[in-house]
Each structure stands twice: as structure tokens, then as C-alpha cells.
Design a protein around this ligand. Structure first.
Ligand SMILES: Nc1ncnc2c1ncn2[C@@H]1O[C@H](COP(=O)(O)OP(=O)(O)O)[C@@H](O)[C@H]1O
Ligand SMILES: [Mg+2]
Length: 226
């Protein structure tokens, strides 16, 4: 039992560390390449307006500006997707609301969200896990279910946080999907459900997925709040 608790504590530290590492990469990218591209763009804009530049040069400069603007847009999208959402500061309910709104904006799929009024806050590793699990569940509901809306519920039951994500889409056979080892991993992709399973296991929680072809899907996760 003691060993179990120690292993769990080590996993928690690992999760929090990799998340911090990701935030550092995002910040480095923002402060480094993004600032340099900005500087290069403004130089080119000066050049574009220069009376010394002939029409052919101006044309090439405009093309270069277009390319840099596109690169900047892509980096911005990437940073947006990974932006540190201030996990430490923001309470769980607010983080979930932000994610639901982001999903609706990006996909035009409706998210019916119910956050229990007594949800309160939770420990950082649980918060990060809930965030990543919800992100994956919503993405799956969008990519695979064919439904136009999803329901998300988050509540507290004593010392546990409960998350449920469901859709009335086409459903699937979870046993077959989770058993197909060959389809999971570097070669086959499909890390999503396996990743959810691993995260929940590491934190000592519970994960169930209830689905059948034609009946929709309900994913439920229980994690210790502290
Ligand atoms: N909400 C859902 N509705 C229908 N099928 C789903 C849903 N979620 C998962 N699936 C099925 O389970 C498979 C595995 O999902 P996942 O592990 O997240 O991998 P991936 O999303 O990369 O395919 C999906 O390819 C899909 O067939
Ligand atoms: Mg997936």
C-alpha cells in the first residue's frame, strides 16, 4: 500500500513537471521566434514603401511579407492550442468553461455544460488531468461521433471530482478499440482513450466508457480532488 502511494506521488510529480516543461516551450517560442518574425516583418514593410524599390522588388517583398504573416499565424494557432491557461491561479470550473467555449468556437458543435455550484478547486495534477481528458473527449466527440452536440458535467462527491462527457452519436465498441494493442502507439496512433486510461490510473482514479454502435457514448472519470 505504502509503495502504491509512493508510486502515485512520483507519477503526480512527473505529470506536473512535463506540463511545466510544455509551458516553458510555449513561452520560449513566444519570446524568441515570434518576436524575431515581428521585427523582420516591420523591416520588410519599410522596404516595401521605399521609393528606391522598383516594382519587381516590391512584388517580392510583398510575397515575403505574406509568407512571414502566414508563419506567424500558424505559430499563434499553435501557442493558442497549448497556451498555459494559468492552471495554478484559475479554479477548475473556470478552466472547464474556457475549454467548452473554445471547443464550440473551433468546431461549431454545441457543448451543454453543467458545473456543480459546490465544485470548488482541486490539486494541480487532477486539474491538469481533467483538462487534458476533457480536451480529448470533446475532440473524439467531434471527430468520431457525428453528433451536433455534447454534454459535459463536472461535480464533486466528497473528496472526488467527477467528470462525464456524453454524446448521442454513432457510438462504438470500446472493448474492441481498447483491446487492439496493434492500433495503439507510435504506429497506429489512437493514443486518446489509452492516454485517458493511463492518466486516471496514475492518479488512482476510475475511468469508464459506455458506448455501443448506434447508441452514443458516455465517458466518466473519477479522480481524487487532492
Ligand atoms: N465519442 C465517440 N463516438 C464514436 N466513436 C468514438 C468516440 N470516441 C472514440 N471513438 C472511437 O474510438 C477510437 C479510438 O479513439 P482514440 O483512442 O481517442 O483515438 P483517435 O481519436 O486518435 O482515433 C476512435 O478512432 C473511434 O473509432
Ligand atoms: Mg482521440
Amino acid at each position: 500500500m505504502r509503495q502504491d502511494a509512493e508510486a502515485r506521488a512520483a507519477s503526480r510529480r512527473l505529470l506536473a513537471t512535463s506540463e511545466r516543461e510544455l509551458q516553458r516551450i510555449v513561452l520560449d517560442m513566444h519570446d524568441g521566434p515570434v518576436q524575431d518574425i515581428f521585427a523582420a516583418l516591420s523591416q520588410l514593410q519599410v522596404l516595401e514603401r521605399s521609393p528606391d524599390a522598383d516594382a519587381a522588388t516590391q512584388q517580392r517583398v510583398r510575397q515575403a511579407i505574406g509568407l512571414l504573416e502566414r508563419a506567424l499565424g500558424e505559430i499563434r494557432n499553435f501557442i493558442g492550442a497549448f497556451r498555459p491557461p494559468g492552471f495554478e491561479r484559475r479554479p477548475l470550473g473556470e478552466i472547464i468553461e474556457g475549454l467548452a467555449v473554445q471547443h464550440e468556437t473551433l468546431t461549431e458543435q454545441v457543448v451543454e455544460l453543467t458545473v456543480a455550484p459546490d465544485l470548488g478547486d482541486c490539486a494541480l495534477p487532477t486539474k491538469i488531468a481533467i483538462y487534458r481528458i476533457l480536451q480529448e473527449a470533446l475532440a473524439n466527440g467531434h471527430r468520431h461521433s457525428g453528433a451536433t452536440r455534447q454534454r459535459v458535467g463536472v461535480a464533486r462527491d466528497g473528496a472526488a471530482i467527477l467528470l462525464a462527457v456524453s454524446d448521442d452519436g454513432r457510438g462504438f465498441e470500446p472493448k474492441r478499440v481498447l483491446a487492439r494493442e496493434v492500433d495503439v502507439g507510435v504506429e497506429g496512433g489512437h493514443f486518446g482513450l489509452r492516454g485517458i486510461q493511463d492518466r486516471v490510473e496514475m492518479l488512482g482514479g476510475r475511468f469508464t466508457i459506455d458506448s455501443a454502435p448506434g447508441r452514443g457514448t458516455e465517458l466518466a472519470v473519477t479522480l481524487p480532488a487532492e
